[in-house]
Design a protein around this ligand. Structure first.
Ligand code: DGY
Length: 423
């Protein structure tokens, strides 16, 4: 009998299979373009077999940064009508078409990780130096346009920006988004994946209303925040931004860019202080805040656990680790608290486990000195893959693979988890 192929080899095969030369698609069919945070996390997998290629992944994304500093959530490099909404719906007028909203800004973290672990130091320094001002411009854009009141935290203005598209966190705020007048459309995602595992039509209608509304405002990113009926401060999204800002500041210090360092240190100090206002003692985690009502959203999702990715107080990180332990699903970390009656083990971000989020939580807990809690997430993640392959996401109770298959960022995270286990 042949020995089973080691996980690392399968992971590299998937990354190569989805590689389009200078960018990587998340998976064939369902997602045929370049996605922002997928790419940054994908680079962390690519570094295990081709460092130069890993830098290129992030450089390609930033080659499509908007003049205002925003980095769009999708770059439509090639025509492909297998995805909706395509470039014609966004109509952002960019030379290479892109969407007009953004995604979790994990690039600063990815740059530092690539740089710190690079074998080719000279190449890493050259490539990171060129990217530093671009990532800094993106961070500056966030605080200028998404934190107009100067509270220290930024809001997302579309659920797709969070990456956690159909989280229970957004349900109440989405109720405010009208649907009248949207152009008729045909979804393509439900032709590639089981509709029961995807967002509902009611949610898609609202996603599209927001896109059409922003398009009518000419994609002027300085106006969209105030014009959006959906403005949510997500602790997970902000933790990614604050961790990326801290990592960018660290790189900038080492690479002699003191202004970038100082500016990002300021973002981190203000943001971490403001994050405390999102803490819920009852849930043992952070919560989202609806910026329009000003109230915390009573929804214990993984967004509030992902806050551990930033340098939150150690006692908070320990409490988050305890909350995860108490969830009691066979596989961790579910994207929504299983005790909540709204939890749905199979529907995208309303319950399933996602390896990218596991990776960031485990990394944050390890940095907070909670090695056992981090190792338990790493172990659970790798068990999930051993038993169920490289899916987009997984049922946290049964481990059943869900959504797309041979998924790029799942493969990238497996390479990182394997490295973490060996460290
Ligand atoms: C989708 O189409 O499912 C994406 O998450 C939007 O970016």
């Amino acid at each position: 009998m042949n020995a089973p192929t080691p996980l690392a080899e399968i992971a590299k095969d998937i990354l190569r299979e989805n590689d389009r030369g200078s960018y990587t698609v998340p998976t064939r069919g369902l997602y045929p373009f370049q996605w922002n945070w997928d790419s940054c996390l994908t680079a962390l997998g690519q570094r295990h077999y081709d460092e130069a290629r890993a830098w290129t992944e992030i450089e390609t994304l930033f080659a499509h940064q908007w003049p205002c500093g925003m980095v769009p959530h999708i770059v439509f490099h090639v025509p492909d009508d297998g995805y909706f909404p395509g470039p014609g719906v966004w109509a952002t007028g960019r030379p290479v078409p892109t969407s007009g909203i953004t995604q979790p800004p994990v690039a600063g973290f990815a740059l530092r990780r690539l740089y710190d672990r690079a074998q080719n130091r000279a190449e890493a320094a050259t490539r990171v130096r060129a990217l530093l001002p671009k990532v800094a411009a993106w961070h500056r854009w966030f605080f200028a346009t998404r934190d107009p009141g100067g509270e220290g935290l930024v809001a997302i203005i579309h659920p797709w920006e969070s990456g956690r598209d159909n989280s229970i966190d957004w349900d109440a705020a989405l109720e405010r988004v009208p649907t009248a007048g949207i152009a008729p459309y045909t979804r393509r995602d439900t032709q590639h994946a089981d509709p029961e595992h995807r967002p509902t039509k009611a949610q898609y209608d609202r996603y599209l209303w927001l896109v059409e509304h922003f398009r009518e405002l000419g994609w002027d990113t300085a106006r969209l925040h105030d014009a959006s009926p959906f403005q949510v401060v997500d602790p997970g999204f902000n933790a990614i931004l604050l961790r990326a800002a801290a990592d960018l500041a660290d790189l900038a210090e080492r690479l002699d860019a003191p202004e970038i360092a100082a500016e990002n240190h300021r973002f981190v100090a203000r943001g971490l202080a403001a994050m405390e206002r999102l803490w819920s003692e009852r849930h043992g985690q952070y919560l989202c805040r609806d910026r329009i009502t000003g109230r915390l959203i009573d929804s214990a999702s993984v967004g509030g656990l992902l806050a551990a990715f930033a340098a939150i107080p150690t006692a908070r990180a320990a409490r988050i680790a305890a909350s995860i332990e108490a969830q009691g699903t066979r596989f961790r970390v579910p994207s929504h608290a299983p005790a909540d009656p709204r939890f749905d083990a199979k529907r995208y971000w309303r319950g399933p486990v996602w390896l990218v989020v596991n990776y960031m939580i485990a990394d944050g807990l390890a940095r907070a000195g909670l090695a056992a809690a981090a190792a338990a997430i790493t172990r659970s993640s790798l068990e999930l893959i051993h038993e169920n392959g490289f899916a987009e996401y997984y049922d946290p109770i049964s481990g059943a693979p869900l959504g797309g298959d041979r998924f790029t960022w799942t493969a990238a995270m497996v390479l990182e988890f394997l490295a973490m286990e060996q460290a």
